[in-house]
Design a protein around this ligand. Structure first.
Ligand SMILES: [Zn+2]
Length: 519
């Protein structure tokens, strides 16, 4: 009662008595406003229903509620273009569907279906939010891997003409249901079995309908074609497919390619100068997250999936070749001490620790673990100089690649701010906000989000510049971030005074296909 009374007085003081003032629901007052682009200013953001109605140095409205943001940063809700939160967003558990890890960082929109995993039934994926309310907005890719598995299976072969036609139809259909574009993870089997021209043919279907080509590239390291050729391939697929290329979680992974960031940047910028649309996202951590099999097993040994892999582990005729392949991948990743297992029986131990425990060499230990399961691992494999070189480019946006067992789920945006903006000044605060909001919205055609401006959807974060930071670590990856005071999603307060309200105001965002391209 007392709070309501005080709020009433605040509204009155702002002009409730003046009949000509517009009545709004929420006024975020007196913060330092970074609107997504342009210069920051001290001012207010007024919200009515699900939209922003006014932004400026002194907004004169009558507000149902006023949030005092003095001393705080006010920015558009952050947009994360690469996550693996699809299962959480469709969870049976309403608390999981809130996506607290994201809301508590100010992330209000996430993309799902990355790395080629996106379900071709995009209508179902987007429709889920109607019956299962979600805490954040999400948009979805159709995944090349899901499409190929559905049509060709897990085998290492080219599709037949009939299969090719079916795959194209699946991509086209998904685009017409609102997919953002085609995602691929050409590093992963069975996607790795696809030739470039096969991917181009499907990417063209996405491009025709206004989609983008989102790529976890064929090789971020020196496994197969090498980082440099894999970047060339991603750019070529965009060029030949006639659509923008977006490189997922750009990095130089492993000892053989560390230091190559400047050369990769030069390639991307040459394509951009030639008129192609090429962008990337990046998570601000030196360790990547993957699985033990994906990080160590030679690709030939993965052909046919886990049953075939297990059979090969038992085949004495293959033992020597298998061990040599694993040893080489381990070397590329910097050795057994640089691989931290994060789930299952050996959670929170490095492969080196496990080898010691089992009294085996690291290769034998890896095989012993893989026989039981394929646990997630974090792999410390990037140099800080490469991370910073990529981060500084204006076409590199913030992403998380959020997937279990890695602190990037709970801390990517907060860490990028605390470490690379506040502490090390690699980026200005304005650059950080722009590359976490408007750059992403513009690149992917996310309508009316990513900027604080009248008419835009009211996705807003208010955070304390002195304390906003990740608390999640590799050892404790599920600690919520700190320093976010308020988060508004579609006009609804989802984080209030630093705590979740439990309100699930997120929406499924369907991409609008190019007119005339869907029957
Ligand atoms: Zn990926």
């Amino acid at each position: 009662m007392k709070v309501a009374l005080l709020l009433g007085i605040a509204a009155l003081a702002l002009g409730g008595a003046s009949p000509d003032r517009q009545q709004v629901d929420l006024l975020i007052r007196g913060g330092t406003v970074y609107a997504g682009s342009g210069e920051p200013f001290t001012g207010d953001v007024a919200i009515k229903g699900d939209r922003i109605v006014a932004v400026g140095p002194r907004v004169k409205v009558a507000a149902g509620r006023v949030i005092d943001a003095r001393g705080m940063i006010v920015a558009p809700g952050f947009i994360d273009p690469h996550t693996h939160m699809g299962d959480d967003l469709a969870s049976d558990d309403a608390a999981v569907r809130l996506i607290p890890a994201f809301l508590m960082q100010g992330v209000t929109t996430a993309f799902i279906g990355n790395d080629g995993g996106g379900d071709p039934d995009v209508a179902k994926v987007l429709g889920s939010a109607r019956t299962r309310p979600v805490g954040i907005n999400y948009a979805a890719y159709v995944g090349f891997g899901a499409v190929r598995e559905k049509v060709v299976g897990a085998a290492d072969r080219a599709p037949t003409d009939a299969e090719r036609t079916r795959m194209k139809a699946l991509v086209a259909g998904a685009m017409c249901q609102g997919a953002l574009g085609l995602s691929t993870g050409l590093f992963y089997a069975p996607q790795s079995f696809a030739a470039t021209e096969e991917v181009v043919a499907l990417a063209r279907e996405a491009g025709l309908r206004g989609g983008v080509y989102d790529s976890h590239i064929r090789d971020e390291s020196s496994y197969t074609v090498g980082l440099s050729a894999a970047i060339d391939e991603a750019i070529a697929i965009g060029r030949e497919g006639g659509l923008p290329t977006h490189i997922s979680h750009i990095k130089a992974l492993g000892v053989d390619v560390q230091g190559q960031a400047p050369a990769i940047i030069a390639k991307v910028e040459a394509a951009r100068r030639a008129g192609q649309k090429v962008t990337a996202d990046q998570y601000p951590w030196s360790a990547s997250g993957t699985s033990l099999v994906a990080s160590l097993m030679p690709l030939w040994a993965q052909d046919g999936g886990r049953p075939a892999l297990l059979a090969r582990l038992d085949d004495p005729a293959l033992a020597e070749r298998l061990r040599a392949g694993i040893a080489e991948n381990l070397r590329k990743r910097g050795g057994a001490a640089k691989l931290l297992i994060v789930e299952g029986r050996y959670a929170n131990r490095t492969l080196e620790d496990v080898a010691g425990e089992l009294g085996q060499d690291p290769v034998s230990a890896a095989i012993a673990v893989i026989r039981i399961q394929d646990p997630g691992v974090v792999s410390f494999n990037q140099s800080e100089a490469d991370i910073i070189a990529f981060m500084k480019r204006p076409w590199v946006m913030t992403g998380s690649d959020a997937s279990g067992g890695h602190p990037r789920v709970y801390g990517s945006f907060a860490r990028k701010y605390a470490k690379y903006v506040r502490a090390e000044r690699v980026l200005s605060l304005g650059e950080f906000v722009e590359r976490s909001t408007s750059l992403t919205a513009d690149t992917f055609g996310i309508a009316d989000r990513g900027r604080l401006r009248p008419g835009a959807f009211a996705d807003v974060v208010v955070f304390d510049p002195a304390t906003y930071a990740a608390r999640a670590t590799y050892e404790q990856p599920t600690l919520l971030a700190q320093g976010v005071r308020t988060v508004v999603v579609n006009g609804v307060v989802a984080v209030d005074e630093g705590a979740l309200t439990g309100k699930a105001a997120g929406r499924a965002l369907a991409h609008t296909p190019t007119p005339g391209t869907c029957g």
